[in-house]
Design a protein. Structure first.
Length: 288
């Protein structure tokens, strides 16, 4: 499988899942949903890693995986999912336009990786795609600046987690994505378990409707298990993590297509400019 296709599939699955996430966290707390999501992901990755016979991480990778999981999977999600519930998934995902640039800075100082000029241009076009999407979104309603800043903090933390994940794959390129994800989920289970315990959050599911349980399972399966598998597969194959982040940040575009279809609205000029920018950016990144 092409690593570029993998990250595009990951962002598409994430875009679908976020539509469910926003509705779920509007009815149950972010902490409670993240706990369910983490438990489900852990079980799926454990079974998968056990099935392929790679349950133990390669030497020298455990610390990087645990640290990346704590930052990118546990801590960052608390900020991002809160923004989902307040500003909505599409507006929150727009802020991911900043993530490739943030990752590029972290990669330079931590991984000593730089981008070639042509890849930089492609990345800038993808960022421009999200800028146009943000302009379109701004015309549709108000956004809480405070919540947006919290989302940016989450995205910054997530970016650092991506860089640490790439570091783990640089130490052991042969490592399976399933194995890597298994150990990245563990810190989330501990952190969320502790937070939920002290906040008195209920762990049971007897009060949840069948529809709510189904939504949690489905969204966790495509948005956490499958999306993370494809994303980490891409991280293990593509050289610079900021390229992965740029391709992965196209989720708002998919979300906007869904909203246009749902609301039966024709695309405006900002949407078309965003589409053109995305096509140019993808062409430069994939064919240069």
């Amino acid at each position: 499988m092409s690593a570029y296709i993998a990250v595009l599939v990951s962002s598409f699955l994430w875009a679908i899942a976020t539509q469910f996430y926003a509705k779920i966290v509007d009815k149950i707390t972010v902490f409670r949903f993240n706990m369910y999501k983490s438990i489900f992901a852990f079980v799926c990755f454990f079974i998968s890693a056990l099935f392929i016979g790679r349950i133990l991480p390669p030497p020298g990778t455990l610390g990087w995986l645990l640290l990346s999981g704590f930052l990118g999977f546990a801590l960052a999600d608390l900020f991002i999912f809160y923004s989902f519930s307040k500003n909505g998934p599409a507006r929150t995902l727009m802020l991911s336009a900043f993530e490739p640039s943030i990752i590029a800075v972290y990669s330079y100082f931590i991984l000593h990786k730089t981008l070639s000029w042509n890849k930089t241009i492609g990345l800038l076009f993808l960022i421009l795609c999200l800028v146009f999407m943000a302009l379109e979104r701004h015309r549709r309603g108000t956004v809480s600046i405070k919540v947006a800043l919290l989302a940016l903090i989450g995205i910054n933390i997530e970016a650092l987690g991506v860089v640490f994940t790439k570091k783990a794959f640089m130490v052991a390129p042969e490592m399976s994505s399933m194995t890597a994800n298994l150990y990245r989920v563990i810190p989330a289970l501990f952190l969320l378990g502790i937070l939920n315990y002290f906040k008195g959050v209920k762990f049971g599911i007897t009060d949840l409707s069948v529809k709510m349980k189904s939504s949690i399972i489905f969204s966790a399966f495509i948005g956490t298990f499958l999306a993370l598998y494809f994303y980490l597969y891409a991280i293990s194959k593509i050289g610079h993590p900021s390229i992965i982040a740029a391709l992965g940040s196209l989720a708002p575009f998919y979300a906007s297509i869904y909203e246009h279809w749902r609301d039966k609205k024709l695309p405006n000029k900002y949407f078309m400019l965003s589409l053109c920018s995305m096509i140019i950016g993808l062409f430069i990144l994939l064919y240069n």
